[in-house]
Write a protein that binds this ligand. Structure first.
Ligand code: MRU
Length: 354
């Protein structure tokens, strides 16, 4: 790979099956799981073998390939109707990241176009579409890296990120972490701080591992230390990704993002969201309409299977929160940068020719 700060790929189509780097095992074990049927793909998304909004969408697209192959082999003339069940199962895997529904819609469009030629094996055209979705995501991330770098170059220094938004969370290179890769390579970033990101520890387990694999030094902090860091440590930008962005520019992202945006605003630190246009959901007027995934209490009450809470305590575990557009300095997409997003600016981003 040309860029030495970009070595990891978590989603691989190999020998007619889907291989996923099992993110539940990192950083202790590097193990790819080989999936050959759609049920296993839906379960891998649900169980967070793969996670991160764009990565979930790409994985689901490959899941549709496996589903179509199986349905076609079972019954040549009715695969395109029976596959609807598989599309529903994939859509039900996780609720917040809109990239999942976007990718399934794109695959369904191909299914619909093939419908007329019932006895034609759909595997090859569907695989081409899934691979196109995968490649376009990587290209979008590189473009966001360039655009984000322009913002960083105006005020070089330290950055703070949250969750994991890198090669592990996308087709490759990353969204917020792609901007950080580009910024570090160009000398516009001298220090990367990463929240540990309780309760699933995407920051300490995944972001730290991914950055160190790619020779980018990283300093971890407890999520609760972020406001204090922003007050004292001359962080130039907070840079995060997104799971769903509504028509007015509100952003759903990993729980704790909203806290960071509030703290950044209070301390006059710039707040950047980097996300491909596939994360934008223009059908929702604002963030109050975004379905927020609630995950098992166990994730808060224990770490790596070990209980860490007083016996009998219950837990509240929303996986995402919503940051209002008013707290966002810049939204970086592959279509361009939206400064201080509003409904009008978001509409222009999507309608202007690029
Ligand atoms: O629960 P996760 O790990 O799937 O949540 C991931 C995030 O919130 C990321 O910040 C987001 O998907 C952007 S990834 C490029």
């Amino acid at each position: 790979m040309a860029n030495t700060h970009d070595r990891i790929r978590a989603i691989v189509w190999r020998d007619e099956a889907l291989e996923l780097l099992d993110q539940r095992l990192l950083p202790g074990k590097i193990e790819y799981r080989r999936l050959t049927d759609v049920e296993a793909v839906a379960q891998a998304i649900r169980d967070m073998v793969v996670r991160g909004a764009p990565a979930i969408g790409i994985t689901a697209a490959y899941g549709v390939v496996l589903a179509a192959r199986a349905r076609y082999r079972q019954s040549l003339d009715s695969w395109s109707s029976t596959i609807q069940e598989d599309l529903k199962a994939l859509a039900a895997a996780r609720p917040t990241a809109v990239n999942l529904f976007w990718a399934l819609q794109r695959m369904e469009n191909v299914v619909a176009a093939l419908d007329d030629a019932q006895d034609y094996d759909p595997t090859a055209p569907l695989l081409r579409e899934a691979q196109a979705i995968h490649a376009e995501d990587i290209a979008a991330n590189h473009r966001m890296g360039q655009l984000g770098l322009e913002l960083l170059q105006a005020s070089p220094g330290a950055v703070l990120t949250h969750c994991n938004t890198g090669s592990l969370a996308t087709g490759g290179y990353g969204t917020a972490l792609g901007v950080i890769r580009s910024g570090f390579a160009a000398g516009a970033i001298n220090q990367v701080y990463a929240d540990e990101t309780r309760p699933w520890l995407q920051g300490s387990r995944l972001t730290a591992w991914e950055l160190l694999q790619d020779d980018i030094p990283v300093t971890l902090l407890a999520d609760g230390a972020a406001a204090y860091l922003l007050k004292h440590n001359q962080v130039q930008w907070v840079i995060v990704g997104a799971d769903r962005i509504t028509a007015n520019g509100d952003v759903a992202n990993k729980i704790g993002t909203y806290n960071l945006a509030l703290a950044a605003h209070y301390h006059s630190v710039r707040f950047m969201v980097a996300a491909p246009s596939t994360t934008i959901d223009m059908s929702l007027p604002d963030g109050t309409h975004i379905p927020i995934e609630q995950r098992a209490a166990e994730e808060v009450l224990s770490v790596a299977g070990q209980s860490i809470a007083a016996a009998g305590a219950t837990a509240w575990n929303p996986s995402f929160d919503v940051t209002p557009a008013t707290l966002i300095t810049a939204l970086v997409t592959e279509r361009g940068i939206v400064h201080h997003p509003t409904t009008e600016k978001m509409a222009r981003l999507l309608t202007d020719k690029h």
